[in-house]
Design a protein around this ligand. Structure first.
Ligand code: FAD
Length: 492
């Protein structure tokens, strides 16, 4: 666990070593966006980054931003979308109670896309029209969620919203995005210090957050924040205590996505002053069966030999459903026509089987179970409708012997995951107490805040970077203006 102290009372601070209007903790995507907006709003900003340079997990990421509502990329690629359609889909797929944040996320999405491009983040006007987890072949748009999956395709017209930062195929989109954002950040002269960890918050007698404690080169110091502190310190994915407590299955069997400083410091800083936490057991995991997309034409069954979901679901939704099966066991069953190894290499090939009996025996599923499942599925396919789970017609195909099986169980595959829980915030990224009131002077954005999606069922790739950048900006802008307004109100 990172050592987080306090909070310290402002009256106990012997002297402020330095001060700024807005202090931003961490320089990943959320911190860069918060720092830029606060700086442009005229605030005197200081970003404090624990590593030797900015970037965080954001720079390691694939660089997919979930944006929609009719962005220029969507229009150029021939897709129509609207903020209402984006909202209807996300409202149907997520269970978040943060209605205002969800609305802002959809209504501001086109403007957020424009803003990212204006900072130099590149998105090609070309779509990838097959199923993929991410692309590095230069396209700027692909489908990264459950938009075409039943029942969501009936709720809102499906549109691809995964905006993929374009590159040369070698470097990750996240690196390219952060290079652009940090380049703008540096050109505009937003002050930042590095190799400096925020270790605690300072509160005044009204519980307003008015500063932070910092540890750098073995020396502790106090930095005053006259208008606000923005926590943008990333996830707790690399904190074994927090992950084993909150995400036991994936923490035990999967591999966390992130970098070493994603150890929950932001969460613990918020916790130290009573910020509520939301969705802490939420996780999105992936060990996708596609590409190649023909594998979606197979069926996925559990240890009872029964299907339990449509196989065309987003890969994070599939992992969430597998996690709910007995012992988190699942198998992908293919036939000769569609057989291929999943490209991401996360699953073990079990064997090929001439008959269903042999396959049942080898997998240890109840005798007759797979025979019944295959018969029902094939009969549905012939009738043109997956009556059990409504897999899209694009992926319906009669499966015939010989068969092949991949073990896609969570304990025996290579699932990568990231946490979705974190500090509770509102639509301005203000950090909220359990009663819903903001802790004055404190904001949280990015992966230290709770995501809009509560679980892999609800997530779409790109929702993290999109929300971190949007709510990072809103935190920076609000912190800059909140303090100014407070000052104006105070001085009548
Ligand atoms: C391999 C990979 C691929 C991914 N792909 C995608 C994707 O394509 N799309 C998507 O939406 N999401 C993706 N994600 C998730 C996404 O990258 C993160 O959710 C997002 O980058 C979080 O941004 P952030 O600014 O909150 O945190 P980070 O980018 O992690 O930045 C946090 C910063 O805070 C610093 N810090 C930590 N503690 C302190 C402290 N005490 N004091 C000062 N500084 C501190 C850290 O050093 C770090 O620089 C991916 C993640 C990984 C690892």
């Amino acid at each position: 666990m990172p050592v987080i102290e306090g909070p310290v009372r402002a009256s106990e601070v012997p002297a402020w070593d330095s001060s700024a209007d807005v202090v931003v903790v961490g320089l990943g995507v959320a911190g860069a966006c918060a720092g830029l907006e606060a700086h442009r709003a005229g605030a005197d900003v200081l970003v404090i980054e624990r590593a030797g340079a900015g970037g965080g997990a954001s720079a390691l990421s694939q660089g997919q931003f979930y944006l929609g509502g009719g962005t220029d990329v969507q229009r150029a690629c021939g897709y129509s979308d609207s903020p209402e359609a984006m909202y209807s889909f996300l409202r149907a797929v997520t269970t978040t109670g943060d209605e205002d944040s969800l609305r802002v996320f959809c209504e501001q999405s086109v403007a957020q896309f424009d803003w990212l491009e204006a900072q130099g983040v590149p998105f090609a006007r070309e779509a990838y029209r097959h199923k993929a987890v991410y692309v590095r072949s230069g396209e700027g748009l692909l489908s990264t969620g459950n938009e075409k999956v039943w029942p969501f395709r009936e709720v809102a017209p499906p549109a691809p919203r995964g905006h993929q930062v374009s590159g040369d195929g070698e470097i990750s989109g996240g690196y390219i995005a952060m290079k652009a954002l940090l380049g703008t950040f540096e050109r505009e002269g937003v002050p930042a210090i590095y190799d400096a960890a925020v270790t605690g918050l300072v509160q005044d007698d009204d519980d307003r957050v008015v500063g932070v404690t910092v540890m750098s080169a073995g020396r502790a110091s106090f930095v005053q924040a006259r208008r606000g502190v923005v926590l943008a310190a990333g996830s707790f994915n690399l904190n074994p205590e927090l992950t084993s407590e909150n995400i036991p299955l994936f923490s035990r069997f999967g591999k966390p996505l992130g970098e070493p400083t994603n150890d929950g410091a932001g969460l613990l800083l918020g916790r130290s002053v009573g910020v509520a936490e939301k969705g802490m057991s939420g996780v999105v995991a992936t060990a996708s069966i596609y590409p190649p997309e023909d594998l979606i034409k197979g069926i996925v069954v559990n240890a009872a030999g029964e299907r339990f979901m449509p196989e065309d679901a987003y890969h994070g939704r599939m992992a969430a459903n597998i996690a709910r099966q007995p012992d988190a066991v699942a198998y992908l069953i293919l036939d000769e026509e569609i057989f291929a190894y999943p490209k991401h290499g996360s699953h073990t090939f079990v064997d090929a089987f001439e008959t269903v009996d042999e396959m049942e025996h080898a997998l240890g599923v109840p005798v007759g179970s797979l025979a019944g499942t295959l018969a029902a599925y094939n009969s549905d396919v012939e009738a043109g409708e997956d009556s059990a789970f409504h897999k899209h017609g694009d992926w319906l195909k009669v499966l015939t012997a010989p068969y092949a099986v991949f073990d896609i169980s969570i304990p025996r595959s290579d699932y990568h995951w990231m946490s979705l829980g974190g500090l509770w915030t509102d639509e301005w990224a203000r950090a909220l107490r359990p009663d819903g009131t903001p802790v004055p002077g404190l904001y949280a954005a990015g992966a230290c805040a709770a995501h809009l999606a509560q679980d892999g069922d609800e997530y779409a790739s790109g929702m993290s970077l999109a929300a971190a950048s949007l709510f990072g900006r809103r935190a920076g802008a609000h912190a800059a203006s909140d303090g100014a307004n407070r000052g104006a109100a105070t001085h009548g």
